[in-house]
Design a binder for this molecule. Sequence first.
Ligand SMILES: Nc1ncnc2c1ncn2[C@@H]1O[C@H](COP(=O)(O)OP(=O)(O)O)[C@@H](O)[C@H]1O
Ligand SMILES: [Mg+2]
Length: 398
Amino acid sequence: MRTRVAVIFGGVSVEHEVSVISALQAIQNMNQDKYEIIPLYISKDRVWFTGEEMLDIENYKDLKGLLSKAQKVVMARTEDGKVVVQKEPRPRFGKSILSEVDVAFPIIHGTFGEDGVLQGFLELLNVPYVGCDVLSSSTGMDKVIMKNIYRDSDLPVLDYVWFYSTQWTEDPEAWTTKIKEKLDYPVIVKPANLGSSVGISKAENEEELEEAVDLASKFALKIVVEKMVQNMTEVNCSVLGDYEHVEASVCEQVLGSDEFLSYEDKYAGGSKDGGASKGMESTNRVIPAEIGDGKTKEVQEIAKKSFQMLGCSGVSRIDFIIDNDADKVYINEINTIPGSLSFYLWEPAGKPYKQMLDELIQLALKRERDRGRLMFSIDSNLFSLQTGGSKGSKGSKR
Ligand SMILES: Nc1ncnc2c1ncn2[C@@H]1O[C@H](COP(=O)(O)OP(=O)(O)O)[C@@H](O)[C@H]1O
Ligand SMILES: [Mg+2]
């Protein structure tokens, strides 16, 4: 019997459309002899849908029309412990369960999909899933937490200052002084937990800093301000594996059309029709990155360490900024569900997309087996052990 894989995509982040592209690309490349694919599309208003028609990108042009016809579903756990895709609302007569699920495969970039929220839902259902777990997803998504962990692990990150937007509003002068002293201009201001360059801007002076913080505050409560590297090379490297074994892909060099990569650069840049139809695949890039063997090795080694340091699993892409003047490599960020799942960095490394997807699903099943050896609960009922009434906390020793 084929393994039933539920590919979950769409979602409520700013990268909704990119997720649709990444997921449909992956589905097209999955080994259909081995895997039965159940597409699960989450609309921007959080309704789940399934059906063959969700597999054709053309259908998304008329989204209203598509969703008015598509089958609404929920993913749920049945009494006998099966995880299923079920019609919503449940029909009064006839079958409500459309399929069982053996493995879930989240392909949602950004908030609620890449940040541990969806992963937590899958944990509660107790279904194996591809990619990072709750903790690695959430730490990878928060640029401040991620930097703290890397800094404490002696992995190279750029200097930064962070604050809540409310703290800024209370005393902008104090923060401006701190930023000037610690980082000096120019700086880059970012919302702490978004992707795709949304809400990010550069500031050369106090006035611009204020504007940049205002912009970032529209997207997140937590803001991070970083030293801007002026003469930089941007290089990305993908890592595949888990806590036991990892490998690094070839590196790509990313070429932005402006001072930094915008949303349009990333997703609409090279596509012939000018639309965002190709996902990360269309970014202007050079593969392999032209940074020499030494730097390539260095980037790959740091990439592998930063993957394992967060406890990642599956495939991630670690983005680097090389400061050409200082000749130093810095981790910029980790993407735990990268655009197009970074397949284009594995094909030149000799791993076809089909094989990579196979490895990802197998890693999900391996994690399930590894965890199966751990104890999650103790088989006893504390209440049934008590004699002579409840003592509450008074008599308890834990
Ligand atoms: N410290 C920095 N110095 C110079 N450019 C930067 C810096 N941080 C980010 N950038 C530019 O901004 C882009 C987006 O920043 P990034 O942190 O990767 O955010 P996102 O999560 O939105 O991709 C980067 O690809 C890079 O071009
Ligand atoms: Mg980035």
